[in-house]
Design a protein around this ligand. Structure first.
Ligand SMILES: C[S@@+](CC[C@H](N)C(=O)[O-])C[C@H]1O[C@@H](n2cnc3c(N)ncnc32)[C@H](O)[C@@H]1O
Length: 267
């Protein structure tokens, strides 16, 4: 891959998806190499010509699937879920007592572990009253492969190891090979998966009470982050909570939110 070719791919990804792969030429090349060969492209310029003229969008979708980093796991940064249980949900339960309708969005849901963890927590929190409430989680991501995995909801037994026993028993069933478990319909019904690019204008008709945007802004530059945080702020209910990744840095000056704790923000 020449520097020129890398620059073209870098600009394309950053321009359309905000993903900043500067100084990651080796990674980009390493991830794309097999694909280029398997699809018979002579070089990366020929490949990019094809990506940019493919009206089906298939090549671009594949590119995003290959170049996005979808690492995630159940119970990740569990302190956030504890905070939800102890602070946010008791507040919302009182505040929304009449409508019994919560708007919860997980904006970089990857392969589903994060929104499913949220959905299990919500089920636990509302207990017997859960069926009177609408607490469905909207889960979006740009990577279609990741979303497909999430919708299928099949995980290796090691991936669900960290979950409490009662969640495993209630929300996962063995698919019979002794190695994998599938999320039950009861839990799947609590999560709506869609493809959505965070760089696009937000189409939401209703304001969000809770937004999870964790471990995705690390791929965006400062200005992209600032614009995105402003869009999230505008899409939220007053008093709503935004959770970001605990290792992500968000410039205090660039956010209209009130910082509650590192990685927990409130409108
Ligand atoms: C490292 S995963 C984080 C998953 C999960 N939030 C967590 O914390 O475990 C980052 C996800 O962000 C998604 N992503 C990256 N850029 C995006 C964009 N512009 N719009 C929507 N999702 C994006 C990737 O596809 C990937 O699945």
């Amino acid at each position: 891959m020449t520097d020129q070719e890398f620059l073209r791919i870098y600009r394309f990804l950053k321009g359309k998806y905000g993903i900043d792969m500067e100084r990651k030429k080796e990674i980009v090349q390493g991830r794309l190499e097999n694909y280029i060969h398997a699809h018979g492209f002579e070089n990366y310029s020929e490949y990019m010509n094809a990506v940019e003229t493919d009206i089906t969008g298939r090549l671009e979708k594949d590119m995003v699937n290959i170049l996005s980093t979808n690492h995630t796991f159940f119970m990740r940064e569990f302190e956030h879920f504890d905070y939800l249980r102890q602070v946010v949900l008791p507040w919302l339960k009182t505040k929304e007592e009449q409508k019994k309708d919560l708007c919860i969005w997980c904006g970089a849901a990857s392969t589903g572990q994060e929104p499913y963890t949220l959905a299990m927590l919500l089920k636990d929190f509302f207990g017997l009253e859960h069926n009177q409430w609408d607490t469905k989680v909207l889960a979006t991501d740009i990577a279609t492969d990741a979303i497909r995995t999430a919708v299928e909801g099949i995980y290796h037994k090691e991936q669900i190891e960290s979950l409490p026993e009662h969640w495993k028993r209630r929300y996962f069933k063995s698919i019979g090979d002794g190695e994998h478990y599938q999320v039950t319909k009861e839990l799947k019904d609590e999560v709506i998966f869609r493809q959505f690019n965070l760089m696009d204008p937000f189409p939401f008709k209703r304001k969000m009470h809770i937004v999870f945007l964790r471990n995705v802004m690390i791929y965006f530059d400062k200005e992209t982050k600032r614009e995105l945080i402003q869009k999230v702020y505008d899409a939220m209910e007053p008093g709503g909570y935004l959770f970001t990744g605990r290792t992500e840095t968000i410039d205090r000056g660039s956010t209209p939110f009130t910082l509650i704790q590192p990685s927990i923000f409130r409108k």
